[in-house]
Design a protein around this ligand. Sequence first.
Ligand SMILES: Nc1nc2c(ncn2[C@@H]2O[C@H](COP(=O)(O)OP(=O)(O)OP(=O)(O)O)[C@@H](O)[C@H]2O)c(=O)[nH]1
Ligand SMILES: [Mg+2]
Length: 359
Amino acid sequence: MQIGIVGLPFSGKSTLFQTLTKTHLDPSSLVKTETHQAVIKVPDKRLDKLTEIFNPQKKTNASIELLDVIGLQKGDHGSVQFTGNFLSKVKTNDALIQVVRLFQNDLTHLPSIEDMIKDVNSFESEFILSDMGIIEKRIQNLKKQILKAQDEQLKKELVLLEKCFEYVQNEHPLREADFFKEEMNTLKTYQLLSIKPMLIALNFSEAQINETEKYLDKLVKMKSGKNTKALAFFGQIEMEMSQLPEQDAAEFMNEYGINESALDSIIRESYDLLGLQSFFTVGEDECRAWTIKIGMNAQEAAGVIHSDFYNKFIRAEVVHYDDFIKHGSFAKAREHGTWRLEGKEYIVKDGDIISIRHS
Ligand SMILES: Nc1nc2c(ncn2[C@@H]2O[C@H](COP(=O)(O)OP(=O)(O)OP(=O)(O)O)[C@@H](O)[C@H]2O)c(=O)[nH]1
Ligand SMILES: [Mg+2]
């Protein structure tokens, strides 16, 4: 899974990237022509607990690839201008985090609610405009092809694209539209932008800690459509915090009244947006969290571990994390019937501990 951090210049993208990846970028590398990329571990207290219990040689968290996307310029009237470099980085991302500056410093004024709305809208317009161009071109092409050969598949695609065109023409992002799974697969090949799930991350300074709700409420009213979420974070102090030892960071957070770190909340919201969940495999060699789409069955989940497990799947031994912890061991969980065998059609739940039986 790959998530791109986008936003206007000076909004705090690189600050958030450094917070989430717990890295420290050389200031000279923060020039606008470079894109930073890193893999982050998805924190999961359940995996930590399982590791404590099994004491394996290796612990492997689920991971997300994160991109700090650079290459944006602000146009004459405050509008955003997408560059080729920006588009090429962003179009393959599974989801986007848009950082919006709401902090003030020596160089900038304190943004108002209206400024926030303008920033979010100018970005959205650009996404929609870019998609409109792609869809329009494809529609023209399809019409030509259909004239030559009456292909039913192409006709179906044309109907789908005309529906999309109407949507963007009415200035709605495609992420809010309803598509069937098959339609989604077709649309994936176009690498559209407004279809990507979007997390809007409002970057406040710590002095505004009591004001975030006001901004968030307004934003949620304006952008309450499907596949969009919003949250507040405190870029500067959270970056400093992320570079402290864990214990000190916890005290620091307490002091500022921050309940959840940006890392935790952003990952949680991203999982939610993308319809993702985790299951675990445990053992003396490795305890590991795996990421799958909600709704995947046991055989599909086995395929995420290894394609052989998909092809040679027989059964899955399953116990939910909560039941395992409640009963304390596999044997006890079995006595209570919570550790059991499931067939390939079993729909995996978030927090299931699974062992695959294969031929
Ligand atoms: N006061 C304050 N300053 C911040 C905050 N977040 C970022 N900054 C500062 O704002 C400046 C820009 O932050 P960056 O993270 O580099 O912003 P960016 O979006 O990556 O900028 P570009 O890559 O140039 O588009 C830096 O000097 C940061 O230290 C914040 O929450 N509060
Ligand atoms: Mg930057």
